[in-house]
Design a protein around this ligand. Structure first.
Ligand SMILES: [Zn+2]
Length: 191
């Protein structure tokens, strides 16, 4: 971090409407904005290929892309294959380790992780989460059920996992709105 790189407090991040449980440098925020904007494009590309409307990337501590994956629930006929679960599985395979903690990895995803994916991230050892569209907007736009997540951002803080959300979400909402407009599948179990 150079001298010019100001650290933003949680309060300062909240003033920018960012959900945060830890401070963040301006440079890291700028990097996250660029990555999430690109992730929205990748999400849209995936939708055209029959993937679900969610896409995630995992980066190492040096900022190199390690693995990336879309949601493949419909394609693979498995309710568990959310974008985050798919990228985490690839990362575990790549490193050959069930605990990824020592690699200081960061996951970026186009939408707030659901009840399953918050659990999966917690157990993976990934250290930082950046997401774009908050669950309330995902649910409002798409009708997907994101599940019950009591205070997960603070629960992650207690476990040393940094979380930053609602970053570049306007473009992310647009991708989800297009997904719905094009008549794509909103998959959830029958109740
Ligand atoms: Zn999920």
């Amino acid at each position: 971090m150079n001298k010019e790189d100001k650290m933003l407090s949680v309060a300062e991040l909240e003033q920018k409407n960012i959900i945060a449980n830890s401070p963040l440098s301006e440079a890291d925020l700028h990097k996250a904005e660029q990555i999430l904007l690109n992730i929205h494009d990748k999400t849209a590309e995936g939708i055209k290929k029959g993937k679900g409307p969610f896409y995630a990337e995992i980066y190492d501590a040096e900022g190199n892309l390690v693995v990336a994956a879309s949601n493949s629930v419909v394609e693979d006929n498995c309710a568990l294959y959310h974008a985050e679960v798919n990228t985490l599985r690839l990362a575990h395979q790549k490193f050959g380790e069930y605990d990824l903690s020592k690699h200081n990895l960061t996951i970026y995803v186009n939408a707030e992780p659901c009840v399953m994916c918050t659990g999966a991230i917690m157990w993976s050892g990934v250290k930082t989460v950046f997401y774009s569209v908050p669950s309330k907007d995902v649910e409002q736009i798409t009708g997907f059920d994101e599940g019950y997540k009591p205070d997960w951002v603070n629960e992650f803080k207690k476990r040393g996992i940094k979380v930053y959300g609602n970053i570049e979400s306007a473009k992310g909402c647009q991708v989800l709105e297009d997904y719905v407009k094009e008549g794509n599948k909103i998959y959830k179990p029958e109740r």
